[in-house]
Structure formats: structure tokens, C-alpha cells
Design a protein around this ligand. Structure first.
Ligand code: HEC
Ligand code: HEC
Length: 326
């Protein structure tokens, strides 16, 4: 092997000695600037290994002499944020709707906190923005099963519905069909009667003879909870049957199925999970979704059927001819 490598006559650069079909490979040196950056990177990486967490070890990693930790920094920031928010949550815990609305800063805080907690914990069942789903009531309308004042909503959130909380909101519509309390014929009749007294009659057209037979069954079996006129009773969470807003579905089959099965959906209790300020923020957020009622509750729906009808009118108008879920 020759010690002196051949120089290319044209460029003056050494060749590597490789040759293909008369073409020789030049051994062009790396540009200086590139080489310096390369060495500088090596030096920088060594400095980095010494200062910062870098190399994985069998049980852990090299911490570096600066002892830097993103995990710890985040924990410190979260702690600082919580400390900064605590006074706001404490103020919220004792503020009513009027007090929240009177203080733009508190209002903004309640809305933001409520929205974020709702997105994490409530949206799975009630839908984004409280639009509801079959079996899970719409929270953004002004039709309420258990009540729509801040106090009502907050109580529902606190104790839940048919939940594990000792004071849970509780009521159980019997499974009239499944448990044989009514015959299939009676279930059919009373379902027709329900349709006949509801706003759904305009699209489902109840069978008049069946509805007339069902009227008696209704007074005997249903009026205790749903009221003599079917206007509902918030005290026992019995929905109004006079509107055209349905929890489980707006078809004849779905209405009948509810009479057969008397389902009884479960809403968890949140009292143990959230502090009072967070629960107030949630209640405020739900209250502001569209259907919140003023603090002083209106006359009980069961004794004032016309008032109850009027209160559901806006929800129906947005569903003209359709029938909606609650
Ligand atoms: C596991 C599903 C589920 C989750 C999660 C859930 N809910 Fe509910 N919620 C329900 C059901 C079911 C009902 C209706 C129960 C009934 O009366 O038959 C309900 C009813 C309600 C009501 C009463 C509505 C009315 O018309 O009176 C409010 C208010 C409410 N939920 C708020 C919330 C909030 C706020 C959260 C989040 C902290 C939440 N829910 C999380 C299932 C859920
Ligand atoms: C012990 C109280 C109680 C009795 C008695 C009762 N219900 Fe109910 N009903 C409820 C409750 C509570 C609901 C709410 C739905 C749920 O969560 O199961 C309901 C829901 C309904 C619904 C669905 C309403 C909607 O908006 O989707 C219909 C229809 C209905 N009941 C019809 C009847 C009929 C017909 C009878 C009599 C044969 C009857 N109920 C007897 C408590 C009762």
C-alpha cells in the first residue's frame, strides 16, 4: 500500500485511493465551522450530563449536580396555584347566586371552575354543555325533575339520586309490567292515557278508548307520584308527564317500556369528592347553562298544572313537533 496518497490534479485534494472505472474518490476535509460545532456539541453534552438528570441507571438515573426535577417543579406550581385559589373557593362556598353575579371576579372564577370540573366528571353522562342523553337528563334546558334553583341543583349534586349517600334523593317507580302489578293490557292502556295528557299527543295520537280505560289505572297507580293531572312532583323526582320532554325516549314504545320497567337511573353523590366551593361552582355552572330558576322556588308543580305547563313551554318550542329527551 502506498504511503503517499495520490493527489487529484484538478482540485489539489488527496484521494482516498478508491477507484471505480477510472473515477477516484476525493478525501475532502470537513469544513472547519462544522468541525468546531461538532466538538462544541460534545463538550456541551458532557457539561449537560454533569449538571442535569441524564443517564438511566438500574434503579433510577443520574440526578446531575443541579438536582433539577420537572416533576417537583410542577408539584410546586400546582401547590402555589391551589394556595392562590383557596380564598376564591372559600368565598364561593358561602356565596349565593346574587352574590356571585354581583362580583364579576367571583362570577368568572365560578364559571371557569364549574366548567372544568363538569368537563371532567359530569360530561360522560350529561354530555358536553349538559345536552343530555337517553337516561341522563338535559341540564341546559328549564325542565327539572328534582328542581332548578341553585339550592336544588346543589343538593342534587351533593347527595346524588338513588346513590350511596345516606340522604340521597330517592324514589322508585315500580316496574308495573315486569313485576306483574299491572297486566300487559293495563300497561298499554295507561301508556295511552299518559300520551293523551302529554304534549306528545299531537304527534303520537293516543287511542281514545284505551286512554279512557287507562285514566282509572292512572289515578290508582300513578297519581301518588306524578300528580292527579300528571304534572309531576319534584319532591319525589317524578317527572311531568304533560310536556313532551322524556328522560328515556319520546316514542310510544319507550313510554310504554318505562311503565313496564320503572327504571330508576343513578346519579352519583359528589359530596365526598369535592369541597363545598367546588360544589357551589358546579351548581352555578349548571344553573347558568340555560334553565336555572330563581332562588325562591315557584309554587309546587303538582298543585298548579297550568303553571307547570307554562314553565316547560320554551323547551317545547325549541323542539317543535319533535318530542325531546329531558
Ligand atoms: C353516572 C352518570 C352520571 C354522572 C357522572 C353525573 N350524573 Fe347527574 N344525573 C344522572 C342521572 C341518571 C340523573 C337523573 C336521575 C333521575 O332522576 O332519574 C341525573 C340528574 C342530575 C341532576 C338533576 C336534574 C333534574 O332535572 O333535576 C343534576 C342537577 C345533575 N345530574 C348534575 C350533575 C353534575 C353537576 C354532575 C357532575 C359532578 C353529574 N350530574 C354527574 C347521572 C349522572
Ligand atoms: C313511586 C313513585 C312513582 C309511581 C307510583 C309512578 N311513577 Fe312514573 N316515574 C317516577 C320516577 C321517579 C320517574 C323518573 C324516571 C326514573 O328515573 O326511573 C318516573 C318516570 C315516568 C315516565 C317517564 C317520564 C319521562 O319524562 O321520561 C313515565 C312515562 C311514567 N313515569 C309513567 C308512570 C305511570 C303510567 C305510572 C303508573 C302506572 C307511574 N309512572 C307511576 C315515579 C313514579
Amino acid at each position: 500500500m502506498a504511503n503517499e496518497r495520490e493527489r487529484d490534479a484538478h482540485s489539489g485534494t488527496e484521494t482516498t485511493g478508491h477507484e471505480w472505472d477510472g473515477l477516484k474518490e476525493l478525501d475532502t476535509p470537513l469544513p472547519r465551522w462544522w468541525l468546531y460545532i461538532f466538538y462544541a456539541s460534545i463538550v456541551a453534552s458532557i457539561v449537560y450530563w454533569v449538571l442535569m438528570p441524564a443517564w438511566p441507571l438500574v434503579n433510577g438515573y443520574t440526578h446531575g449536580i443541579l438536582n433539577q426535577s420537572d416533576r417537583r417543579n410542577v408539584a410546586v406550581e400546582v401547590q402555589a396555584l391551589q394556595t392562590a385559589r383557596t380564598p376564591m373557593f372559600e368565598r364561593l362556598a358561602t356565596a349565593d347566586v346574587a352574590a356571585i353575579n354581583a362580583d364579576p371576579q367571583l362570577q368568572e372564577f365560578a364559571r371557569a371552575a364549574g366548567e372544568s370540573v363538569f368537563g371532567d366528571y359530569c360530561r360522560t353522562c350529561h354530555g358536553a354543555g349538559g345536552v343530555g342523553a337517553p337516561g341522563y337528563p338535559v341540564l341546559a334546558d328549564d325542565v327539572w325533575i328534582w328542581g332548578g334553583t341553585m339550592a336544588d341543583i346543589e343538593h342534587t349534586i351533593r347527595v346524588g339520586i338513588r346513590s350511596t349517600h345516606p340522604e340521597t334523593r330517592m324514589s322508585a317507580m315500580p316496574a308495573f309490567g315486569r313485576d306483574g302489578i299491572l297486566t300487559p293490557a293495563q300497561v298499554g292502556d295507561v301508556s295511552e292515557y299518559v300520551i293523551s295528557i302529554s304534549a306528545a299527543n299531537s304527534r303520537l295520537h293516543a287511542d281514545a278508548a284505551a286512554a279512557a280505560r287507562g285514566a282509572t289505572v292512572f289515578q290508582e297507580q300513578c297519581a301518588a307520584c306524578h300528580g292527579a293531572t300528571g304534572a309531576g312532583d319534584r319532591a319525589v323526582g317524578a317527572p311531568s308527564l304533560t310536556d313532551d320532554v322524556w328522560l328515556y325516549g319520546n316514542s310510544r314504545e319507550e313510554i310504554r317500556r318505562q311503565v313496564e320497567l320503572g327504571r330508576g337511573g343513578v346519579m352519583p353523590t359528589w359530596e365526598a369528592r369535592f369541597d363545598p366551593g367546588t360544589i357551589r361552582a358546579l351548581a352555578y355552572y349548571v344553573h347558568e347553562m340555560g334553565g336555572g330558576e330563581p332562588d325562591a322556588p315557584p309554587a309546587p308543580a303538582a298543585t298548579q298544572p297550568t303553571a307547570a305547563d307554562a314553565s316547560v313551554a320554551p323547551a317545547q318550542s325549541t323542539n317543535a313537533g319533535g318530542g325531546a329527551t329531558r
